[in-house]
Design a protein around this ligand. Structure first.
Ligand code: GLU
Length: 513
């Protein structure tokens, strides 16, 4: 019988979630959603030394913002609760014991000093990677080298110990990765990994395999950095007798820095000029703040669409996908093998597309919120009109105010370049007439304003192209923007007249020619 697809995202709460982690969560979610399976969040917090307060909440909030819904999690619970490994602590020892009993694991009593001494010895003997492994274990203090009664006595006396996996000396370990195909690793490359630590906590490797098994996980989709651990995981499944239900593995290619040189890492923070975290993060220890996509003005739909394409493609020209469409199209086979360069311009492009697709009424909300902060009142109708005029020109919601404040506040500064090039006495002569005749204009709107201006230009024997930029400068202070006649319609007769008057005064030094 086909098993129900069950995938998990298994972050460690050691800090903010990196965008690479969000992508991993997204691909897991898309697979589950595509086939009607289950998406599970498991918090892997067995390494208490690396625990960071607030990290788990941050993970949950990030997933929620992206629209990644969890069927089972530490918050909603589920049939395999608890979903936090620290709360599952009592479950792991029995599996470590099972491995000891079947001869696949052993107790090791070596102190930190003894381990250091071993590494020094190996280094001196020019061993490239000194490891506790099938050869060196024979020289150490463990239940394979010590007499049985001494082991018993050590255990009875409460001496500290770890439990290590007994990795075979010569064995080819094969595993089929859904993205990379067959991966072969020789067991001599793997050390005798610690499975249980001296504090009674399992390590990542043991806890991860036990939980994936108990939680009936069918697919492990995770970052490429875990590929070197995968052969070890295969051994664990085998030794625990769970090979029949071992999940399928898919190791995702790395996200690379924009120049392709190396992995995009958490430490890149804001150094590259864009966020590497979904939400803003304040480090609880140092107070350092790292920016997030949400706070930078990215819409979650755009962020998700962008992330989906960092490593996957649908095989067609279509680029805009809702979450439902992504799930329909998603297949692991279409995930690329090589690393994907991060391209923030593409993220911006996605954001522009999603902004433009929103109805003006919704975009008006961004503007109205900013206006409220600045204590400026504005009708819904006017806000909608401005949003509609601006939407082709902005990439982020906050720009509705930043780029369009001239709809509400008269310019105090004028673009210098335009003033030098375009402000001249002929234009000023046209503007004087325009300002004088505007107040009497009937049916004031973009069309009638334009007609009036064209009439005046004709009298002056001039073309509209000769004054347009200067008029925009007078009304908005800016070099570019949406249709000027529409802007004038929105700001109104009186305000336009007053702004033109002010500009004529303030820009007089340019009007010599
Ligand atoms: N806890 C691991 C991490 O932080 C999980 C790796 C896996 O998915 O197996 O990435």
């Amino acid at each position: 019988m086909e098993r129900e697809v069950r995938v998990r995202f298994a972050p460690s709460p050691t800090g903010p979630l990196h965008i690479g982690g969000v992508r991993t969560a997204l691909y897991n979610y898309l697979l589950a959603k595509k086939v009607g399976g289950k998406m599970i969040l498991r918090i892997e917090d067995t390494d208490q030394n690396r625990f960071v307060p607030g990290a788990e909440d941050y993970i949950l909030e990030s997933l929620k913002w992206c629209g990644i819904e969890l069927d089972e999690s530490p918050v909603v619970g589920g049939p395999y609760a608890p979903y936090r490994q620290s709360e599952r602590k009592p479950m792991y020892m029995q599996y470590a014991m099972q491995l000891i009993e079947s001869g696949h694991a052993y107790y090791a009593f070596d102190t930190a000093e003894e381990l250091d001494a071993m590494r020094e010895r190996l280094k001196a003997a020019k061993v490239a990677t000194p490891q506790y492994n099938s050869i060196t274990r024979n020289t150490m203090r463990n239940s394979l080298t010590l007499p049985e009664d001494e082991v018993k006595q050590l255990l009875d006396s409460g001496a500290p110990y770890v439990i290590r996996l007994k990795v075979p000396r010569k064995e080819e370990i094969r595993l089929k990765d859904l993205i990379r195909g067959w991966v072969m690793v020789h067991s001599s490359a793997i050390d005798d990994k610690v499975l249980m630590k001296s504090d009674g906590m399992p390590t990542y490797h043991l806890a991860n395999i036990v939980d994936d098994h108990l939680m009936q996980i069918t697919h492990v989709i995770r970052g490429e950095e875990w590929l070197p651990s995968a052969p070890l995981h295969v051994l664990l499944y085998r030794y625990l007798g769970w090979e029949d239900t071992m999940p399928e593995f898919a190791h995702l290619p790395l996200l690379l820095k924009p120049d392709g040189n190396g992995k995009l890492s958490k430490r890149d923070g804001d150094k590259l000029g864009f966020p590497v975290f979904p939400l803003r993060w304040t480090d609880p220890f140092t107070g350092e703040v790292s920016s997030g996509y949400r706070e930078s003005g990215y819409l979650p739909e755009a962020f998700v669409n962008f992330l989906a394409f960092l490593g996957w493609n649908p095989g067609t020209q279509q680029e805009l996908f809702t979450m439902d469409e992504l799930a329909d199209e998603f297949t692991i086979e279409r995930i690329g093998k090589s690393g994907t360069r991060f391209d923030i311009q593409k993220a911006r492009w996605f954001n522009e597309q999603y902004l433009r697709a929103k109805p003006d009424a919704e975009l008006a909300k961004y503007l109205l919120a900013a206006l409220e902060e600045h204590n400026i009142s504005c009708t819904q109708e006017k806000a909608e009109k401005i949003a509609g005029l601006m939407k082709e020109r902005v990439s982020f919601p906050q720009e509705f105010w930043r780029e369009a404040s001239y709809f509400f506040v008269a310019p105090t500064e004028y673009n210098e370049k335009v003033a030098t090039k375009k402000w001249n006495s002929q234009a000023v002569a046209v503007f004087e007439d325009f300002k004088n005749e505007l107040p009497a204009l009937q049916n004031f709107n973009a069309d009638s304003v334009k007609e009036l201006l064209l009439g005046i230009l004709e009298r002056h024997n001039m073309k509209i192209g000769q004054v347009m930029q200067a008029l925009r400068l007078a009304v908005t202070g800016a070099e570019a923007g949406p249709d000027l006649m529409q802007i004038i319609e929105v700001i109104g007769k009186e305000e336009t007249v007053s702004r033109i008057g002010t500009a004529i005064e303030k820009l007089s030094q340019y009007a010599t020619a």
